[in-house]
Design a protein around this ligand. Structure first.
Ligand SMILES: Cc1ncc(COP(=O)(O)O)c(C=O)c1O
Length: 366
């Protein structure tokens, strides 16, 4: 049996209806398109839907949805109302009046690249901190956005600490995780992810029975909870969070009944999920709203990448973790899955193309 923690009673949390304001902002950013929903076959399931986030606002992961919304909200807080704008150029022109700013962030790849892309669109400088051991492809990707990338000794939590130290009058820290006294921006990041779920409302013919969401600090999972536990929703899907065995900080926290930091640094190939501590703003939502937490070995993510490639979806190690969780449950004969309509998020494309080719046996999209 996989390492799994299931709540004995169904989750009862009800949240307010998430706003569609982030979606309206995202529609005005360059390259906005609704990301594809792929229908796949899987024995024993009623349906399998894969939301493919391999290309989102011109980047290979969903993370820019949270970064862009949080940056705009933080700018409004710092500079006041910016006035009307209909595209990124108009927004940059409005911001130019306020002089240059720096955006700082910690990342294991995708969030930092998203912050760096937004900085370059808005005419700002970006300073991005990555943990040591971050794949060269991920560092190159951040630098390709014009950002300065600083490699920090230690893991993701250490990179977060270093980025937090840079907060100043002219430097906004845009983190997707939270700590005491820093909770607004990560809450906006969660709001930004709501776009995925609003798009799904139009794409799915019916509400899913089971939703698998991969978890790093838990912000994406919190967005899923906010959406699928909103007031007035009749069909409340079973929500399962998936983490790497080596970085199961949400599972460990759920077991302990409080936020828990894992010892040492985390080294899963699911790089985006290598987090040692859940986000303080995501945690209460996730622990109340999710039905189960599951930890999977790296091999499951690799298997999932190959299966996704066979259905035409390019997905990196972190991106495939939701399908990896599904494979783990199918192998264990989990009763929830029988005839169920399952929604899985494939949250990134081939963010490390060398590793992708080694694991899948073919170049991305070949
Ligand atoms: C591709 C991808 N998927 C999922 C996640 C997990 O998101 P969260 O940290 O909000 O739990 C991340 C985090 O960086 C990511 O990069």
């Amino acid at each position: 049996m996989p390492e799994i923690l299931e709540r004995s009673t169904p989750s009862v949390l009800t949240t307010e209806e998430p706003s569609q304001a982030p979606l309206e902002v995202h529609r005005r950013l360059p390259s906005y398109e609704v990301t594809p929903l792929v229908r796949a076959e899987a024995a024993g399931l009623g349906a399998l839907w894969i939301k493919d986030e391999s290309s989102r606002l011109g980047l290979p992961s969903f993370k820019i949805l949270g970064a862009s919304w949080a940056i705009l909200r933080a700018l409004k807080g710092r500079l006041g109302d910016l006035g009307p704008w209909s595209d990124a150029d108009e927004l940059a022109a409005l911001l130019a009046r306020h002089g240059p700013l720096t955006l700082a962030a910690a990342t294991d790849g995708n969030h930092g690249r998203a912050v760096a892309r937004m900085a370059s669109l808005l005419g700002f400088r970006a300073l991005i901190f990555v943990p040591e051991g971050t794949a060269a492809a991920r560092i190159d990707a951040v630098e390709s956005e014009g950002a300065e990338c600083v490699v920090v000794r230690g893991g993701y939590d250490d990179a977060v600490r270093r980025s937090a130290e840079r907060a100043s009058e002219r430097c906004l820290v845009i983190s997707d995780t939270s700590w005491p006294g820093y909770e607004e921006v990560p809450a906006w990041v969660i709001e930004g992810y709501s776009t995925i779920f609003w798009e799904l409302e139009d794409q799915l013919e019916r509400s899913p029975d089971v939703v698998m969401v991969q978890m790093g600090v838990g912000a994406l999972a919190a967005a899923a909870v906010r959406h699928y536990r909103r007031a007035g929703l009749e069909h409340r899907p079973y929500l399962m969070g998936v983490e790497p065995l080596d970085a199961a900080c949400v599972l460990a926290s759920a077991q302990a009944g409080e936020i828990t930091t894992l010892a040492g640094s985390q080294h899963s190939i699911m790089a985006g999920l290598n987090c040692g501590t859940p986000s303080r703003v995501a945690w209460p939502v996730v622990v109340e709203g999710m039905d189960a937490f599951l930890a999977i070995p790296d091999e499951r993510a690799q298997e999932a990448m190959r299966l996704l490639a066979a259905t035409g979806v390019v997905s990196g190690e972190t991106g495939a973790a939701g399908v990896g969780g599904l494979l783990e449950l199918l192998a264990a004969g989990h009763p929830r899955l029988e005839g169920a309509a399952v929604l899985v998020l494939s949250t990134e494309g081939a963010t490390d193309p060398v590793a992708y080719e080694r694991i899948v046996g073919a170049a991305p999209g070949a």
